[in-house]
Design a protein around this ligand. Sequence first.
Ligand code: DON
Length: 307
Amino acid sequence: MRPLIPDYLHEVLAAVAPKTSGEIASYIPELATADPERLGAVFATVDGEVYGAGDVDVEFIIQSISKPFVYALALSDRGFGPLLDKVGVEPSGEAFNEISLERDTGRPRNPMINAGAITAHSLAGPEGLRAEERMERIVQGLSAFAGRRLEVDARVCASEMENAHRNLAIAHMLRNYGILSEDPRGVVDGYIRQCALLVSTRDLAMMAATLANRGVNPLSNEQVVDQAVVRQVLSVMATCGMYDAAGDWATQIGIPAKSGVAGGLIGALPGQLGIASFSPRLDAHGNSVRGVSLFERFSSDMGLHVM
Ligand code: DON
């Protein structure tokens, strides 16, 4: 990692470190054991330069940050038409775990809320894959975005599955409307495994940089998904990535982004860089408190607002 920007990154991290408001997610018991003081930030440019400060290599659970990447794989594997038939692209204005289905069709409003992400999970890989094969497609795809093989945390997975009543209810609604065509429990099980992938802040910055670099991982040079897919994914991140805080985020920070309940946050600036941060305490929307502060500073200090 280059020691150029780190002076700036260290300063910004020190400025947000005293913020201790927010709560660690506890609806998944295993997540509540995380160290709330962890703090890290990484910039990864489209030329493959990586700059970081703080806990850049500490691993945590990707959670909802898996959603844009699995949506990208599903678009890539099935095509835009079949995806749009089953998952919309409108902001729901509601929390990530609301049912948020269109009234008549039962189509989830967007792929960033749980309902849309559970559906996108079911559409990753070619039609007819068994659950294990679909999971392998997802692990392989997200690993290609990151540039290294990612692994599932089995303990978090078991802990989330035991407390998955809300996601199971959503999946049963989706099955009722024919949006899911298979056993809801199996799909939720796969979705929870997807959300339990372990990543570091450095991995997330590389994943975001792959989006910023039009689908090509800047270090491995692998074209993971094509440009049209990236455009679709970044558009949905810009409008729906921060859930019911998406409007505040768009106006104040203006970077296509996605958060996760373990405290990760990514932003992708097309043609420039991927940014990632990690700090576990969350605000009422489920977004990292210090992460949002970091991105506010990055955006205003460097003029990164793209809208
Ligand atoms: O389905 C869930 O509730 C979790 N697996 C993911 C939620 C999440 O990360 C929401 N993001 N802020």
